[in-house]
Design a protein around this ligand. Structure first.
Ligand SMILES: [Zn+2]
Length: 134
């Protein structure tokens, strides 16, 4: 999780690009439908189209606001990264985000055989052949 502070005395809105922000598997975008006339650049003609459209999520920070609990991928977004570089946004805190509380190879705590809480856990494998419903 990330905690950011807006160091400016003005509100800022940051675009959270799907291919950066949503890379942890949770899409935060809004799905909508584009419904309108669009130029066809090949022919120069305009045509009526209706197709799904994805709108990136945004992060809004008001004047000097501190916001915590943000997803780590927020730091990958271009506008945020740029603002951090410029010093307009400060990263107050960054912790590894919602790592599945399973074990990681870098665990250095030894001699603690904590095997509880692993038994009743259903595997979260993304199998698609599970019976849906009920
Ligand atoms: Zn997305």
């Amino acid at each position: 999780m990330v905690k950011l502070k807006n160091k400016l005395r003005q509100a800022r809105v940051f675009n959270l690009e799907h291919d950066r922000y949503c890379t942890d598997g949770k899409c935060a975008c809004t799905d909508t439908v584009f419904d309108g006339v669009e130029p066809n650049y090949a022919t120069g003609e305009h045509a009526y189209v209706r197709r799904p459209k994805r709108i990136n999520a945004t992060l809004r920070l008001t004047d000097r606001e501190v916001k915590s609990g943000l997803r780590n991928t927020v730091l990958k977004c271009r506008e945020i990264a740029g603002a951090i570089r410029l010093g307009n946004i400060q990263v107050l805190e960054q912790t590894t985000e919602e790592q599945v509380p399973g074990k990681r190879a870098d665990s250095s705590t030894q001699g603690q055989g904590s095997s509880k809480s692993k038994k009743n856990r259903k595997s979260m494998s993304a199998k698609s052949d599970e019976p849906a419903g009920e």
